[in-house]
Design a protein around this ligand. Sequence first.
Ligand SMILES: Cc1cc2nc3c(=O)[nH]c(=O)nc-3n(C[C@H](O)[C@H](O)[C@H](O)COP(=O)(O)OP(=O)(O)OC[C@H]3O[C@@H](n4cnc5c(N)ncnc54)[C@H](O)[C@@H]3O)c2cc1C
Length: 413
Amino acid sequence: MDFGFNESQRMFRDNLRDFLEKEIEPLVEPQEKKGPMSKDEAIDLMRRFKKVGIGFDLESLKDLGSDPFTIGVMVEEMFRVWPSAAALVALSFPAGLVVMGSEEMRKRWTERVENNEVIGCYAITEPEAGSDNRAMRTSAILDGDSYVVNGTKTWISNAPVADLCLLVANDQNGERVFLLVEKEVSPFDCSDLHKLGWRAAPTGEIYFDNCRVPRENNLMTMIASTMGDADRIRELGGDPAKVSDIQSSRFISTALNMGMENIIFAFLRSGMALSAAGISQAALDASLKYAKERVQFGRPIGKFQLIQEMLYNMTALTETSRLLGYKALWAAISGDPQARMYSSLAKGYACDAAVKVAYDAIQIHGGVGLSDEYPLERYFRDARMLTIPDGTSEIQKLIVGRELLGKGFAAYA
Ligand SMILES: Cc1cc2nc3c(=O)[nH]c(=O)nc-3n(C[C@H](O)[C@H](O)[C@H](O)COP(=O)(O)OP(=O)(O)OC[C@H]3O[C@@H](n4cnc5c(N)ncnc54)[C@H](O)[C@@H]3O)c2cc1C
């Protein structure tokens, strides 16, 4: 077992840190005070990240995907500096699905995806279907060559600025269907939601009113037609002879067992754990610095044992979150049948931990910790955001309970 980063992971991290410090940090406070990014601001930000190889075009995805832990490093470092920007970029992942689309779809998007100019969102939550997403009512009824979509999605990250929406709906048979909805082909309306933290990140509701989505935008159809087309596989840099190896791989069999939604959640939740580790690290770093500088009773406050106890707790929580996050990411990528359990364990633990770490960081800073002249109050607000999306902390506990004990012990039907 190797707990260190290898040379290329270290290089990627150092380069990203340098970029974040020089190019992204100066944008943080002004934009956070201003509120949700406009579309132009969001695209400007996305374009900047392309300089460090972060994007959803095929080349960037191949580079990032060649070593999955690089994705973990990326998430952790981006959340350490600016959670709103990190959420905007991470949740644009549906842009990466365009490569599997029809020729027309690829024509419409490829150049913009290559320039990092496409914003995506993932929409499952509804006003009456939050933790219990089986209560989802949005329908996608097949009518000729298109699905007719009706329903409302809420709390959708990036919705107000999104070009592409990976939508989860019920089809005419009551089965789950995943549609890649292109806003310019299948228009939908949005409104804004304002929130405690991640203030620069746009969040909103989406309204589908008889929205017609081409049948070929069904994600399963897109995957199947790409896998079945040898020329396409070669164009994507793959080997058609190896498709059956992929289809029978441990990853695919675990993914099929877990279901599409749960495999997406396994990745999102591992990412959320590492996002939490990033915020915790930022709060811990600031506290270590302040504990050495701030003098009371004639000594730096870092010499007081009660301050050292808080630093101990913060370090233990941050390190544990990081370890659980990488373990969960490894489980999801390697097709470990326990991927669901590890991702929920990591998400639940690390997101609660980040709130505790940010709380203590404010305590160590005393009054200035509460001032918006310092980033501590933002760390606290941003950490507080983590315990709700992608399954609340309570739901993560129930998933872990069910995975540990077996299906018969599910605490919710
Ligand atoms: C900042 C942010 C970004 C988001 N981004 C997205 C996004 O991009 N896409 C998307 O689809 N959704 C997104 N969401 C929605 C998010 O996934 C839901 O808010 C979440 O699943 C909880 O649903 P809810 O808010 O309706 O709470 P509810 O489900 O109503 O829960 C309310 C409370 O009841 C508890 N509870 C519910 N059921 C149980 C149970 N069985 N046992 C014990 N306690 C229970 C919950 O833990 C919680 O404490 C986002 C949310 C936020 C806050």
